[in-house]
Design a protein around this ligand. Sequence first.
Ligand code: B12
Ligand code: SF4
Ligand code: SF4
Length: 345
Amino acid sequence: MPADPRSFIRDRAAALGFDVCRFASAAEPWSAGERLAHFVEAGRHGDMGWMETTLERRAHPTAMWDGARSAIVLGLNYGPDHDPLPELEDRSAGYISVYARGDDYHEVIKGRLKTLAGQVAARTGEDVKVFVDTAPLMEKPLAQRAGLGWQGKHTNLLSRTHGNWLFLGVILSAAEFEPDPPEGEHCGTCTACLDICPTKAFPAPFQLDARRCLSYLTIEFAGPWPQEFRAATGSRIYGCDDCLAVCPWNKFAAASQESRVRAREALVSPRLADLAALDDAAFRALFSKSPVKRIGRDRFVRNVLYAIGNSGDPALIPSAERLLDDPDPVVRDAAGWAAGRLRAG
Ligand code: B12
Ligand code: SF4
Ligand code: SF4
């Protein structure tokens, strides 16, 4: 085995379709665990109860696995082929965030991480672990430490070469690899992401209150939304990209080369009238292999109804009224809100 197996691993990662592969120590102390604890103590995780139960294990990579010595951090570029923000102006169409317009990234990445982990183990003779489902590792601080980019004021990891559109994945290894240099922060005086947020979800730069974030509300939150967020969501019906898309560092981003994460035509500006008419079977068919499928028809139609209420399009009144006696109480509530708003003009 050559002295430095990193170039072998980088080559294997590139062959599997990863755009970036870098190395960091998994054993050095960090402050991310304390910040995660602060986030959870302040209740900013909302209903994501798994963040409470996994708090200790997620505090540091060695709390997940005490044999961890190195982290191999992978990035997959899911950059869109156009700026998605102007799509928000078409109020009779729904906005699905860029990350969810192709196949579910968990599925795209999981198999490849496992394949690469097997190759790393075979090459080094040391144990490896991949955490993809339960108790996920804190990926962003590991990625910053490995030099993939930095956590911007919007808390996402962005890169000087890929902008804001990188999925992350991590393999922990018991082998010691020479770490790559970490990346510094390059936000400077910019506040574009903080200023654009439609729900003012940032209590301070570099901190997010998930309870106010439309990504959390559209995807993770099950109940009827607090009134203040219903109008603010505009036409966003699954996730939100505003703070990513506005970032000036996207001028260096390129469209993704990965066909599985590229946008399906049907998921770019889909008509709200068509989405409101989806029953369970049609919802599952439209979102086959998509991450949207995970939230189920009822939660999705709830989001669509809030967008209908914001559309200002009287032609959508029948779409809302048809759902006033839906079996799901949250859908009924959203239908009443939407119909009332449109009728009021
Ligand atoms: C929970 C979660 C969410 C939650 C909470 C988001 C969040 N910012 O934490 C919700 C549902 C809101 C969410 C939304 C999104 N998510 Co998400 N999410 C996760 C998940 C599963 C865990 C993240 C976590 O532990 N958060 C807890 C907080 C405490 O961690 P943190 O943001 O790193 O907090 C740091 C800062 O607050 C900072 N900090 C705190 N105080 C201070 C003070 C100072 C002075 C400083 C400098 C720093 C600082 O330190 C903390 C520790 O590093 C990760 C996957 C993973 N395994 O990590 C994906 C992940 C972060 N999500 C991802 C994506 C793509 C998104 C969305 C863009 C999806 C969308 N388009 O709708 C949005 C982005 C919203 C946003 N502005 O963050 C990607 C991000 C990729 C990247 N390049 O960063 C990840 C990494 C998944 C992946 N494997 O690719 N997500
Ligand atoms: S994803 Fe949207 S709602 Fe969430 S913090 Fe970013 S801009 Fe705000
Ligand atoms: S928009 Fe500005 S402040 Fe926000 S992450 Fe990008 S460079 Fe940093």
